[in-house]
Design a protein around this ligand. Structure first.
Ligand code: ATP
Ligand code: MG
Ligand code: MG
Length: 381
């Protein structure tokens, strides 16, 4: 088979490699860490040069087609690779997803509702933001993740302080919205304009980090789910996107749907699809990259995903001790699928793995997931 290349060696790259290998492809991973989660399982690990010319040249030499698992790969690198190899997603679409201001402009263009917001690049723009955006959240336009690079601001004084603290322009100020719940949709679009989706995913965050995903979404009405799916498809088409795209949404307390942000790659909230769907988000990534047909994924099992953060390895805040969580007990529960990413050391907040519970009913999946959470010392949901 041909070799598929991926930029970035994290857990998303690792799960892409698993899917690609299952379909008979060889794989090459570009990551500076010689023990990266994806590099450990790929056929070729390009760990020299990373995103410089040398690294890109080596990846290109190995690969028939190239994708990315890393949200912030410089658009220039995708342009360089795209001149010689099929690259999905493309540089332009990735550039939009990397910039909250451009992302919001796309939402508006595509007729997808989003939070009231203002782009702030200068002191004058800072002074000119309308009162209606306060209280709000000031976010750096670029490079934020897991709630990093954003500050909640109650009033103008706090806004000015946050602006000084973030020290990055441009920023986007968003009105603080009254959330009822958070959902996301994974959509895949092929070069031939085939669009398929995973069902709507309901997400619970703790400390700005995804903690639990439930599919089907227990609290989103069918009409709302349809609207979210339609929005995700519209955004993929508006971007001319080829690949896997995740769109995060808020559901407001008054029932309205609001798009939050997009990720130009498979997403943590779609990990359940490895075990609960007959086509996973990573298989969709392989298919879009290689021009294979897209077929609609079919969820065969209600699923609950729990993220396994590094905190599990530091019970009760113990600092130096790295322990092994009670996997055997958790795996004695029915329908538990454990995924560990092969990261050498745990840090609190670091994504070390996840587990997905599949069951015959949503109630049973939730019940078993709560038992697993209790065994691991994770909060109930
Ligand atoms: P990710 O790791 O998903 O990329 P991120 O750092 O890009 O996260 P956002 O998704 O923008 O951050 O925001 C993180 C969380 O903060 C959201 O999931 C939501 O819970 C909350 N949040 C963000 N924006 C708003 C808003 N305008 N109103 C209310 N809550 C918000
Ligand atoms: Mg984000
Ligand atoms: Mg987010």
């Amino acid at each position: 088979g041909a070799t598929l290349g991926v930029m970035g060696g994290g857990q998303l790259g690792r799960m892409f490699v698993h899917a690609a290998q299952a379909m008979g492809y060889f794989t090459a991973v570009l990551d500076p860490d010689p023990a990266s989660p994806a590099g450990l399982v790929a056929h070729y690990h390009v760990d020299t040069g990373y995103l410089d010319e040398q690294g890109l040249a080596q990846l290109m030499q190995r690969s028939a087609a190239i994708t990315t698992e890393f949200e912030n790969v410089p658009a220039a690198a995708l342009v360089t690779l795209g001149a010689h190899r099929p690259v999905a997603p493309g540089a332009e679409a990735v550039a939009v997803c990397q910039d909250r201001a451009e992302e919001k402009a796309l939402f508006v263009r595509a007729g997808v509702p989003c939070a009231p917001h203002a782009r702030i690049e200068t002191e004058a723009e800072l002074a000119a933001v309308p009162d209606s955006l306060l209280p709000g959240i000031l976010k750096t336009a670029r490079l934020g993740y897991d709630g990093k690079g954003q500050v909640r601001v109650a009033d103008r004084a706090a806004l000015a302080a946050a602006w000084g603290q973030l020290k990055q322009v441009p920023c986007v100020l968003e009105a603080m919205l009254p959330l009822a719940l958070e959902i996301s949709v994974v959509v895949a679009r092929s070069a031939f304009d085939e669009v398929v989706q995973l069902p709507v995913q309901q997400n619970l965050h703790r400390d700005g980090i995804l903690a639990v995903t439930q599919v089907p979404a227990p609290d989103a009405s069918p009409a709302l789910q349809q609207q979210a799916s339609d929005c995700a498809a519209a955004l993929a088409r508006a971007l001319g996107y080829v690949g896997v795209l995740c769109v995060e949404f808020f559901v407001l307390q008054d029932g309205r749907l609001v798009a939050n942000e997009m990720a130009p790659r498979p997403h943590n909230s779609g990990h359940w699809s490895i075990d609960g769907s007959d086509v996973s988000q990573f298989e969709l990534q392989v298919r879009t990259l290689t021009g294979l047909p897209l077929v609609a994924p079919r969820q065969h099992s209600p699923s609950v995903m729990l993220n396994l953060l590094g905190d599990l390895w530091f019970p009760q805040g113990a600092s130096a001790a790295e322990v092994t969580p009670p996997w055997a007990k958790v795996l004695a529960l029915p329908g538990v699928h454990l995924h560990l990413y092969g990261k050498a050391s745990a840090r609190p907040g670091r994504k070390m793995g996840h587990l997905t519970v599949t069951a015959a009913s949503a109630a049973e999946a939730r019940d078993v997931a709560l038992q697993a959470a209790a065994l691991l010392g994770l909060p109930a949901f």
